[in-house]
Design a protein around this ligand. Structure first.
Ligand code: SF4
Ligand SMILES: [Zn+2]
Ligand SMILES: [Zn+2]
Length: 463
């Protein structure tokens, strides 16, 4: 077992701040010990942008962003913008910011703040760098300016997010990430935790904003990058995931946005989420569901699942390794596992010898694929099966799932569920929460006609 703490990235720190003057190297070392292997240090004006670039040049684990904070918006003159552009082209500068609007402290008239914000977005687009946005009590204006300036061309992050769910969704629409600092851990901030709960982990980043906003256990004291872990733990609790899941996913997000760190590529075939191990054995599928995330992106909770080729049963068993660590092992992945029936039978038999529970997540069309009733072959090997139903009638099913078998596919799914009850101890039919899916009609069908358990999955939360 790997006993190191999971790797985390602090995507927003002010390491140039005077409060780190006495012990900056020790603070950076403490971050590494806590698994915070990369830190993005952020400029707020020209002086701190210069200092951030220097810090990035001095420490391999530090990257820099350069920008002019709304408090300093008066500084964004023509000359300053020229220097900012030069700084932005230095090594290890990965973003422009922080920039934005702050109507809370209101250090600067709104029109000056807005002009500085717009000029920096323009610079970021010119350089092809993402932006780091500070927004305090200025949500509507921030969103409007991001839209008007077409900031989605470069994307970025709303740091220290303090808006509501509608604001978060609008930012995600614009290809922005949402970043949470230690405020997520403050008891009074339930509304913020509700936003974090509702948006997909694939759009979240973690930050400290140190030396400010220390998490609850150190509230009021100096914050530092190592303490990002407390926020990560809180996010894991909110999302019902493990710390490792949050670490892996937010690191991948930071890599995608800023090019910092290296995504974890180890888990293509067998990938842990929470206390289960998932097996990715094929990317082929008998459906082409309109919501399937693989058409956009082959990752699940930070695991890259695009297979170069399909693994053999021996390779799958090797990738599984120790089974004692898991509550169950699930054939899932981005593809239809029962297309590889023979492999499933071999691997499931081995898993049963290890005494671990085995589940299959399937589209339920295996009997059409194999042109026989395959369920008796799974008896004694599989403990539970979860079948994606997603519609209460064949026409809707075909619209949503686009089966290779046309509307016949839907009848096969229902028959598969009925047949599964005879051979597999636990059978579930699931739907995802999409506007075009009538969840209540499906519930009625599943509970009253099919007589199996019913599960609703949130469509934007894969895995
Ligand atoms: S059944 Fe699953 S893997 Fe296949 S297209 Fe639908 S969502 Fe994607
Ligand atoms: Zn800020
Ligand atoms: Zn900041």
């Amino acid at each position: 077992m790997d006993n190191r703490p999971p790797a985390l990235i602090d995507t927003h720190a002010h390491l140039d701040n005077g409060r780190f003057e006495a012990d900056r190297p020790q603070v950076i070392e403490a971050a590494k010990t806590a698994g915070v292997n990369h830190i993005l240090t952020i400029g707020c004006d020209l002086d701190s942008s210069r200092a951030s670039v220097e810090l990035a040049a001095s420490y391999p684990e530090i990257y820099a962003a350069v920008g002019i904070h709304p408090h300093a918006a008066r500084e964004a003159t023509d000359e300053a913008m020229i220097e900012l552009k030069a700084l932005a082209q230095q090594d290890k500068v990965v973003a422009i910011g922080e920039m934005g609007l702050d109507y809370y402290r209101d250090h600067c008239p709104h029109d000056i703040q807005q002009t500085a914000f717009r000029r920096q977005i323009t610079l970021a687009i010119e350089l092809g760098l993402p932006i780091i946005v500070h927004d305090r009590e200025a949500h509507q204006d921030v969103l409007r300016i991001l839209q008007e300036e077409q900031a989605q061309q470069v994307g970025g992050v709303l740091h220290c997010f303090s808006g509501d769910l509608a604001m978060a969704k609008a930012c995600i629409e614009l290809d922005f990430y949402i970043s949470f600092p230690g405020t997520l851990t403050y008891p009074a901030n339930q509304a913020l935790r509700d936003v974090a709960e509702a948006i997909s982990t694939d759009h979240l980043l973690l930050e400290t904003d140190c030396p400010y906003l220390a998490p609850q256990s150190r509230r009021g004291k100096r914050n530092e990058p190592a303490f990002v872990r407390e926020t990560a733990e809180e996010l894991a609790r909110i999302k019902g995931l493990s710390l490792e899941d949050i670490a892996r996913t937010t690191c991948l997000n930071a890599f995608r946005l800023f090019g910092i760190g290296a995504p974890d590529q180890r888990s293509r075939i067998a990938y842990p989420i929470r206390d289960a191990l998932y097996l990715n054995i094929t990317n082929r599928c008998s459906n082409k569901c309109v919501f399937c995330a693989k058409f956009k992106d082959f990752t699940v909770k930070g695991h890259a699942l695009k297979l170069e080729r399909e693994p053999t049963a021996e390779e799958v068993i090797q990738a599984i390794g120790r089974t004692q660590d898991y509550r169950e092992v699930v054939f899932c992945g981005y593809g239809e596992p029962l297309l590889r029936l023979d492999l499933i039978k071999k691997v499931a038999a081995w898993l049963h010898e290890q005494g671990v529970k085995v589940r299959i997540n399937t589209d339920g069309q295996a009997n059409l694929v194999h042109q026989r009733n395959i369920l008796p072959e799974l008896a004694g090997l599989i403990d539970s099966v979860s079948v994606s139903l997603n519609a209460a009638d064949a026409a809707n099913y075909q619209r949503i799932c686009q089966s290779d078998f046309g509307q016949e596919g839907y009848l096969a799914v229902k028959e598969f569920i009925q047949e599964a009850k005879k051979h597999i101890p636990s059978v579930t039919a699931s739907v995802v929460t999409l506007p075009e899916i009538d969840v209540e009609a499906c519930r009625k069908l599943v509970e009253e006609d099919l007589g199996v358990q019913f599960l609703v999955r949130r469509y934007n939360e894969v895995g």
